[in-house]
Ligand binder design. Structure first.
Ligand code: EPZ
Length: 425
């Protein structure tokens, strides 16, 4: 029994701290494969995906230790293994980003083909094509990517689509390649800029991260460094949606408005008051949200990770909204669970038509992935009666004790069954 139980409660109030970004921390951890020595990563969330990446690195002989609630110490010795096993990669798709640093630093990698969240097909063709352009030889055999090189050579790579993962893998490979690499149509997410800041601190020469053209001048060696992970804009968005559903007034310590401009604009259009403060964001919602149309896009557009939260809010908004998913065609699995709670939503291909209802009703529902699971908990904040979200382990992959943080804001949210809190690393 691993479930989160949500009961109706008062409007939210108070302050909660936003943790470090999962989608930055995982790639920063993979970057430690690039140079021998000791690293300190601060503001690392205590979530199971970080644990899994720690296991991947430990499989390769690195030491990964949680030395404080939000701090990791990582030691990389002179030698490291090159294999990322199926049982770990299958658990977390982001493990694929060890491919680039292993090829750049060791010249060899054996990585299982990724699994991860069930959003429909998630190819890695752009990762592999870009690494081949850099001079790697790649074969897929028995479910594993076998890759090797005598030394990567810088070149110009144009991505078909601004893929986050492909941009990061190529960045991590190119920093030790001979000559200059240019990544055109690169992804611009803040987590990529954070990775580049860390790599430059390690001695790399990267320009333009955060824009669609990144230039990397390869260097012969890198050194370890310390880094503070940027705040998690997706976690911050979760709490902003929570206040829209439960009403109230909250402060988000550590949230960065400049990383989530479009989302804040969309929530403001829905009637939520949001202002940056000296230490984060303040938000207030006093009435029923208004319906607005939403379309997901690569950064700086509305992130696909925000969409389940937005659909939960739109399901009780005043009016009709059209929601379009432009990144992951299959990312509407949670809709049937919202309908179980009385929502009025119709999906057609990568569109959904959401007709707002006055209030949801509590029901037993199931989390199908990290963000869908969080959206079910949020929907429960608005519902009449009890909502029981099963398979809460999905939520632990991306949130450090979401129920406790919501309780800090006065919500009645409890965990029943095993709490898969990250122990070590
Ligand atoms: C990252 O996934 C995030 N994960 C996802 O967050 C996020 O939804 C996604 O970026 C988009 O913002 C991590 O950072 C760990 P992509 P990633 O490569 O890198 C297609 C969460 O909940 N594509 O930008 O896997 C792909 O199918 C997670 O925190 C190819 O076709 O996403 C998709 O349609 C879920 N070929 C689009 O590009 C490729 O080689 C964007 O994918 C690579 C991608």
């Amino acid at each position: 029994m691993d479930q989160i139980v949500v009961r109706p409660g008062p409007p939210l109030e108070g302050t909660v701290r936003v943790g470090g970004a999962k989608n930055a921390a995982l790639k920063l951890m993979a970057a430690t494969l690039l140079a021998e020595g000791d690293y300190r990563l601060r503001n690392v969330p205590a979530i199971t995906d970080v644990e899994t990446m720690g296991e991947v690195l430990m499989c390769m002989g690195l030491d990964v230790t949680r030395i404080a609630p939000d701090e990791l110490a990582i030691h990389r010795g002179p030698d490291c293994g090159v294999e990322a096993p199926y049982e770990l990669v299958e658990r977390m798709r982001a493990s694929i980003v060890v491919l680039g640093p292993l090829l750049g630093r060791v010249g060899r990698a054996r990585v299982a083909m990724p699994g991860g969240d069930d959003f429909g097909s998630r190819p890695i063709d752009m990762h592999l094509a870009g690494l081949e352009q850099l001079g790697a030889t790649i074969e897929v055999r028995h479910g594993y990517i076998e890759a090797w090189t005598d030394g990567l050579l810088g070149c110009r790579i144009t991505l078909d689509f601004p893929s986050v993962g492909a941009t990061e893998n190529l960045l991590l490979a190119a920093v030790l390649a001979k000559g200059t690499t240019v990544i055109d149509n690169a992804a611009r997410e803040p987590e990529i800029a954070d990775l580049a800041v860390f790599l430059n601190r390690m001695g790399a020469t990267i320009h333009g991260a955060g824009t669609s053209t990144i230039e990397i001048e390869g260097v012969t060696e890198l050194r370890p460094a310390d880094h503070m992970v940027i705040p998690d804009r997706v976690e911050a968005a979760t709490f902003l949606a929570a206040v829209a559903l439960a009403r109230g007034e909250i402060t988000l310590e550590g949230a960065r408005a400049d990383h989530m401009g479009m989302f804040i604009q969309k929530m403001t259009d829905m009637g939520v008051w949001i202002t940056p403060t000296s230490s984060g964001l303040w938000a207030s919602a006093q009435g029923r949200p208004r319906s607005v149309d939403v379309a997901t896009l690569p950064y700086p557009g509305i992130a696909t990770d925000y969409k389940p939260f937005l659909v939960a809010v739109l399901s009780v908004a005043d009016g009709v909204a059209i929601v379009t998913e432009n990144l992951f065609a299959g990312r509407f699995k949670y809709v049937s669970e919202l309908i179980r709670m009385g929502a009025n939503i119709r999906t057609e291909g990568h569109h959904a038509v959401v007709r707002g209802v006055a209030r949801l009703s509590g029901a037993p529902v199931r989390a199908s992935d990290i963000r869908a699971g969080a959206a079910m908990v949020l929907a429960g904040l608005n519902a009449e009666g009890e909502t029981v979200v099963a398979d809460a382990f999905h939520i632990d992959r991306g949130y450090d004790d979401l129920p406790a943080k919501l309780r800090q804001l006065g919500a009645d949210v409890t965990r029943e069954g095993p709490t898969q809190r990250a122990s070590a690393p």
